[in-house]
Design a protein around this ligand. Structure first.
Ligand code: RIB
Length: 321
């Protein structure tokens, strides 16, 4: 099989020029383009990636299956996944499932026909039977019983940190408020770490957990009905925490004077939206870029063992505690 060097020699140009023509990058004179294309045709040259795609029968497209991109965490995730893929001339296909079972399943079926190079999935439903071993997949917060590689944050330690900071702020009657995915997920460890830390401190703690996707308004009303006497809450996402803080005003509850609030994710990059939410920060850029690297490793080595990779979280102080 002809190499890129053979093409460059025959065309009388540099290897870089041949690469630019193949990848559509950089400015290439028409005469150079014509000479390269003529040499590729004569030599029946197939650039490595084309040969690889033919071999693996895939494209240079990676699908990102997630619930929604209006959630700030997921949109940040999508940004960094795309940015990392682009470095290697891969493209992103965004699949917005709304967290709905049928949409998640339909997307996974469609992706098998699309010959995508890989899938990154934040999913909430029973899709185990649709995990196609021919398409490398990295799960976020889910490993499907160790069937696929999973990337998540250290949710348990995040829960412990949240309790420790609410306790240090004087809270003695605290509640974990969050969503419960219909299937197994690492995010339930946020509640576990929080409740265990409360037990160790010897303080009262409760959980208010409802099925994902959450109805924020209904959940906040339930919270007021069941836990109006709470003095601190740890909320499973920044988006839900921000919603609850705003909604508490309707009940005359001031944050942090009457109720202290800690979120989870760390999506608030700017310091001009107030109150600045005290939260547990997930290293979303580091996680997203690591996921892309893991996916490339899986593409090159399909036998790579599945494991859960946990990324450390940190507490970020704010005006809500
Ligand atoms: O905000 C969305 C949440 O769903 C994040 O905490 C992320 O971990 C996902 O589980």
């Amino acid at each position: 099989m002809a190499s890129i060097k053979d093409v460059a020699r025959l065309a009388g140009v540099s290897i870089g020029s041949v690469s630019n023509v193949i990848n559509g990058k950089g400015s290439v004179k028409q005469s150079t383009r014509s000479a390269v294309e003529k040499a590729i045709a004569e030599l029946d040259f197939k650039p490595n990636e084309v040969a690889r795609n033919l071999k693996t029968n895939t494209t240079r497209i990676v699908a990102l299956l997630l619930p929604n991109i209006h959630n700030s965490f997921f949109s940040k995730f999508a940004y960094y996944i795309e940015d990392e893929l682009d470095k290697y001339d891969y493209k992103l296909m965004l699949c917005n499932s709304g967290g709905k079972p049928e949409k998640e399943r339909n997307y996974l079926k469609m992706l098998q026909q699309q010959k995508v190079a890989g899938i990154v999935g934040i999913t909430y439903n029973e899709i185990d039977h649709l995990l196609n071993t021919n398409i490398p997949m990295i799960g976020i917060d889910r490993d499907f019983g160790q069937k696929i590689m999973c990337v998540t944050s250290d949710n348990y330690h995040g829960g412990q940190l949240a309790l420790e900071h609410l306790y240090a702020a004087g809270c003695r009657n605290v509640v974990y408020v969050g969503g419960q995915p219909p299937t197994e997920s690492q995010i339930v460890k946020r509640e576990d770490g929080f409740r265990e830390a409360a037990r160790v401190k010897g303080i009262v703690s409760h959980s208010l957990v409802r099925p994902d996707p959450l109805d924020f308004a209904h959940l906040t009303e339930e919270f007021m009905q069941l836990h109006a006497d709470a003095d601190g809450i740890f909320v499973s996402s920044d988006n839900l925490a921000a919603y609850m803080i705003e909604r508490m005003k309707m009940y005359g509850i001031k944050v942090p004077e009457d109720l202290k609030v800690i979120g989870y994710d760390g999506v608030q990059d700017e310091n001009y939206f107030h109150p600045i939410l005290a939260t547990i920060v997930q290293p979303v850029e580091e996680m997203a870029r690591a996921i892309v690297q893991l996916l490339f490793q899986k593409i090159e080595n399909p036998e790579m063992p599945s494991e859960i990779k946990r990324f450390p979280v940190v507490y970020r102080a704010g005006e809500t505690i």
